[in-house]
Design a protein around this ligand. Sequence first.
Ligand code: FAD
Length: 392
Amino acid sequence: MNFAFEPELLMLRDSVRRFVQEELMPLEAQYANEPDIPDDIRARLQARAQELGFWAFDLPEEHGGGGIGYLGMCLVFEELGKCNAPSFRAQTVLTPYLGPVLFHCTPAQKQKYLYPVVKGEKRTCFALTEPNGGSDPSGMRTRAVREGDHYRINGSKIFITSADKADFVQLFARTVEDGQDRGVSCFLIDKGTPGLRLGQSFELMSPDRPWELVFEDVVVPSAQLVGGNGKGWELAREFLDVGRLIHGPKSIGRAERALQLAVDHANQRTTFGQPLAKRQAIQWMIADSATELNAARLMVYHAAWKADQGMDFHVEAAQVKLYADEMYMRVVDRAIQIHGGIGLSRELPLELMYRDARSRLITEGSSEMQRMIIASDTLSGRSSLNRLNLEG
Ligand SMILES: Cc1cc2nc3c(=O)[nH]c(=O)nc-3n(C[C@H](O)[C@H](O)[C@H](O)COP(=O)(O)OP(=O)(O)OC[C@H]3O[C@@H](n4cnc5c(N)ncnc54)[C@H](O)[C@@H]3O)c2cc1C
């Protein structure tokens, strides 16, 4: 077993680390509690990323990306994860918020949707969750009723990230033909299509501000359907598997930053004549955080490696999301405890990280949903209890 990364990948990681330090961190204090950065700053940072050759580093080469694979992506996203400004959390200054659904586009759809997103000219959003429930999308009420070569769509979605900035929506809706339910399908719907509008936005404890999207008699040609009629669940699962895998490196990056702050503070702060770092109570917190961080990192690398081999990583992605996000919550909680009162203040990024970590236990599938996936797999006996599958 070889734990070494390719030198080129480490060079890319180091360059992105410098970019984060030099370009993003100086903006953090100003934008950390904002839902987004101004468009002119985004455009400048995106242009700088393109100039440095990072832009779309993680996307497959065949679609115009850098093609570094999932393992490389995870390594680099750890660096991005260290910065707290929310729009950077959405990675969008270095690579488009995309997901694999658009890879299933027809050649004509790729020209109109995929390539402009890969080039950073268009933005998109992923609309699955509905007001009556996100964990159980089988209760989906949004309907796309076939009328000749068109579909008429009615329904609504909530908590949709970046819906306000998206040039088009990746919408999941139940398709109905001749009065028969044909399963869930994915449609690409352009901003400005009559009947599509933004509803309310949600102010959350984290700076994220997702939106409601309303569809009232939205008529779209059947050519706007992506990946085939009734293929929506497969596309959504593929999107969520990648999304949950990416939760891993981002939580790791943030947890690493929180741990570093805790270590620095424990070394500097003296109470009762000794630095905090000399106290066993503090050392154990640091030891637990360092150990859990390492466990999460190995879990992420293994899941990403499986994804790169073309193996199914659905359960691994659930384990990564569950463990890495809960690890981040615990690490930042301990870091605040080690800091005492100043840890709760807005002078440090820890209180924001705490709010962010809390939110991550719900987004892209709650911890309970990840446990359901893992338990169902483990109890079914369908797969081996040893999920390493290193033999290939
Ligand atoms: C910041 C943010 C951004 C988001 N962005 C997007 C986006 O871009 N696109 C999108 O489609 N969605 C998005 N979402 C929605 C998100 O995926 C859902 O909020 C999430 O899946 C949970 O769904 P829910 O809120 O409807 O909770 P519910 O499904 O109502 O669940 C409520 C609680 O019950 C638990 N629960 C539910 N069923 C069970 C069960 N069987 N057993 C045990 N516990 C159960 C859940 O774990 C949860 O704790 C976003 C949400 C947030 C907060």
